[in-house]
Design a protein around this ligand. Structure first.
Ligand SMILES: [Zn+2]
Length: 155
């Protein structure tokens, strides 16, 4: 994309994110020649990315909803707001990649992606999210999950 500052065509994308309406992508770009940063918007012509709910209904992927869930799990944890955004973007990217041509993902697959990501970032957040998401039946189940984490952590 042509740099508005120096006209060079060489740039790198710093950040991409799908807009809430699901119809355009906003990219932060940096000109490799002069370092100028600018934003581009691209319309998506392909079908929107959808989430298949447990009852089989489909709804457009909502990255704000996802980031709220992640934020809640990370509340009072030593993780920046920036990081929440980064995690949300990473999960969305992965979800889209996994879905391939179908461009849809089940809520359970999406939930597993979130768990994987939170597991890497913060174990407490992982447990919080898992306890809501997986609806642990009882305390034993919860403790088993905590032990599993401890075991994995020792590897
Ligand atoms: Zn430039």
């Amino acid at each position: 994309m042509r740099c508005p500052n120096c006209g060079s065509l060489d740039d790198k994308v710093l950040e991409s994110r799908t807009m809430v309406n699901g119809e355009s992508i906003r990219r932060r770009r940096e000109c490799i020649a002069c370092g100028y940063r600018f934003t581009s918007y691209e319309r998506i012509d392909e079908k929107p990315f959808m989430v298949i709910k447990r009852d089989g209904r489909r709804q457009p992927f909502d990255s704000q909803k996802l980031s709220k869930g992640i934020e809640r799990a990370l509340e009072k944890r030593p993780v920046s707001t920036n990081m929440v955004e980064q995690i949300t973007n990473d999960i969305e990217d992965q979800a889209i990649k996994i879905s391939k041509e179908a461009r849809e993902i089940s809520t359970s697959d999406l939930g597993e992606l979130v768990l994987e990501m939170l597991y890497e970032v913060d174990k407490v957040a992982y447990i919080r999210f898992a306890s809501v998401y997986r609806h642990f039946e009882d305390l034993d189940e919860f403790i088993t999950e905590v032990r599993n984490i401890e075991k994995r952590g020792k590897k």
